[in-house]
Design a protein around this ligand. Structure first.
Ligand code: LLP
Length: 421
């Protein structure tokens, strides 16, 4: 459930009518509902109730400073994957003890930065990374708290580009090698082994792959304890999918996911850590755009909108579906007809939807792309010299711009022309 609903025929974010935001900031823009963010966090919190747990929001899904502050206020931890994300989480006030550092290629600079700044846990993905981490930690007179990311060789049955838990993926340490690598970790002076980590993929719409992976991890944790390791924390990654359409079957709820966690891992008495991104942010955000033209082509019509693939790349990159709805609710008997919804960028890939059933829409009318709060703004670019679009946060009847649109001058002046030209 989200807080984007039609009221008196106008799509609202909580108590704010979207045309009011459009009038204030111009289109296109992202708009987020604070209540929806909160609700999604609470759903996970309730799903894991009774187990010692920490929800570390994967900020790669939405890294706006205001969103990080909101998450921090809720007591969330943050899952970061770069020195930049770490710096931003800290800037939002998140203490190092609540920041987990994931990722397959941490650099020396990132390791020293986060060790010195304070960190809850490194999720280590390879033996070379383990050795480098130990060396840098020793140099600083510290011990790095470590969970090894184990690749359980489970098919997450999601889009190939966001599946991470199969042996052919670049992620993690093969489960078959795990005991050997833990033995090495325990022997390294700069490493303190605290747990096991995994993440098998994103947008999972079935609990079975989680269950299989968690069972494998439970067995591994017991074997590691037998080997003498003090395994006290399990990081289960993120990945729970969200409904991208209002028509297809609903993915499992956090409560059902929590039941799987309890059933497969509850007996171990470990602290449970999860790293959800999409489920917290995805349906907490819309992308609002205006129609530039309705163009009649040969055999098909095109709705050209002012948002483009640089603002929301998911359809071009993953053939992802986003529901696109008119901001003014059509009258019940309005005839719908198929149309291609495209942006102005000079590539055929700049297509949001083909032959989508839409009501008639004309120039300047507003449309909203649903489920755009995760992997939307963060993946945007300035391709075609298009400014990054504003982000707006709504809380009940108030809204604030949480990232303004840059001016052309600001964009131009970031480039520097060498003196010889
Ligand atoms: N933890 C790790 C280690 C991850 O790699 C990811 C996502 C997450 C947590 C959060 O997963 P989530 O709960 O959001 O599924 N750009 C793609 C999604 C890439 C996901 C990458 N890793 C998209 O737009 O669908």
């Amino acid at each position: 459930m989200d807080h984007f609903i039609y009221r008196n025929g106008v799509l609202h974010a909580e108590d704010v009518a979207l045309p009011d935001i459009a009038a204030a900031v111009g289109t296109p823009f992202y708009v987020y509902s604070e209540a929806t963010f909160r609700r999604h966090f609470v759903l996970f919190d309730e799903a894991l109730a009774g187990m010692d747990h920490m929800i570390c929001f994967a900020m790669k899904a939405n890294g706006n400073l205001a969103i990080l502050k909101l998450m921090n206020n809720l007591g969330a931890g943050i899952d970061v994957v770069s020195g930049g994300e770490y710096a931003k989480a800290r800037a939002a006030g998140v203490p190092g003890e609540r920041i987990v550092f994931s990722g397959v290629g941490k650099t020396r600079a990132e390791i020293s930065q986060t060790l010195q700044g304070g960190i809850r846990q490194f999720n280590v993905e390879s033996e070379p990374e383990l050795r480098r981490l130990s060396e840098i930690a020793m140099g600083l007179g510290l011990r790095a708290p470590v969970a090894l990311r184990i690749n359980p060789d489970v098919d997450a049955r999601t889009h190939a580009k966001i599946s991470t838990g199969k042996s052919e993926n670049k992620f993690g340490i093969p489960i078959s090698k795990a005991r050997k690598v833990y033995a090495e970790a325990a022997s390294l002076p700069g490493i303190e082994v605290i747990g096991v980590d995994l993440h098998i993929g994103s947008q999972l719409t079935d609990l079975a792959p989680f269950e299989t992976a968690f069972e494998k991890i439970a067995a591994l944790a017991l074997a590691l304890r037998d080997d003498g390791h003090n395994i006290r924390r399990l990081d289960l990654g993120g990945g729970l999918g969200i409904p991208y359409t209002h028509t297809n079957s609903a993915p499992p709820l956090p409560l059902e996911y929590g039941a799987v966690v309890r059933r497969t891992l509850g007996h171990l008495g470990c602290e449970i850590e999860i790293e959800p991104g999409r489920l917290i942010a995805g349906n907490a955000g819309l992308l609002v755009s205006s129609v530039i033209y309705m163009k009649e082509g040969e055999g098909r019509n095109f709705l050209i909108v002012d948002a483009a693939m640089n603002d929301l790349v998911r359809p071009a990159m993953y053939e992802a579906h986003h529901d696109i709805v008119p901001v003014l609710e059509p009258y019940p008997a309005t005839p719908y007809a198929p149309i291609d919804i495209v942006g102005p960028v000079c590539e055929t890939g700049d297509t949001f939807a083909t032959q989508r059933e839409m009501p008639p829409l004309g120039a300047d009318e507003l449309v909203a792309f649903r489920s755009a709060g995760a992997y939307g703004a963060v993946m945007s670019s300035e391709y075609n010299m298009r400014p990054l679009i504003p982000e707006v946060l709504v809380s009940q009847d108030q809204f604030a711009v949480i990232r303004p649109r840059p001016s052309f001058d600001e964009m131009i002046n970031r480039d520097k022309v060498p003196e010889w030209l």
